[in-house]
Design a protein around this ligand. Structure first.
Ligand code: NI
Length: 169
């Protein structure tokens, strides 16, 4: 099932999501639906709050279907190590049509559970490190806007408010 993507302005995006404690068939279905929704929206990462579900589940595929092994399910993820700094243009499916340069750690190690509840650790650099940080932020109720200067952030929020008023958001 393809879920519509929740956009900036919906409070679900700005509150910490609930930890997952039950690893059942319903969770597997949610994960399948999240991959489907992410690909349909042309994204490389998606967190459950972005489909209106406040649970600590994220899916990532930085190769966008090229490499089946690149499909990652991150449940209750935590960043346990960060190294270096890297600035790159970043966007978010919940803030469509906007992109900004965001400085983040260049190399990141994450600790998470898979769909069966098994813990694993994985390191990534560049785009994968960025995805780990961006999606973990989502589960903590944080958007990339929070990494921008107040000036840039307010400018984007003003533009979004205009779009909302015009019924285009
Ligand atoms: Ni996002």
């Amino acid at each position: 099932m393809i879920y519509p993507i929740v956009k900036f302005g919906d409070p679900v995006l700005e509150k910490p999501a609930e930890p997952v404690t039950v690893f059942d068939e319903e969770l597997k279905k949610l994960i399948d639906d999240m991959f489907e929704s992410m690909y349909a929206a042309k994204g490389v990462g998606l967190a459950a709050p972005q489909i209106g579900i406040s649970r600590r589940v994220a899916v990532v595929d930085v190769t966008f279907k090229e490499d089946p092994n690149a499909k990652l399910v991150l449940i209750n993820p935590e960043i346990i190590h960060k190294e270096g700094r890297h600035q790159q243009s970043e966007g978010c499916l919940s803030i469509p049509e906007f992109r900004e340069n965001v400085t983040r750690a260049k190399v990141v190690t994450i600790r998470a559970q898979d769909a069966t509840g098994k813990f694993f650790e994985k390191s990534g650099d560049d785009l994968l490190a960025r995805a780990f940080q961006h999606e973990t932020d989502h589960l903590n109720g944080k958007l990339y806007l929070s990494h921008l200067s107040a000036l840039k952030r307010d400018l984007i929020k003003r533009k979004i408010r205009k779009l909302m008023k015009a019924g285009e958001w």
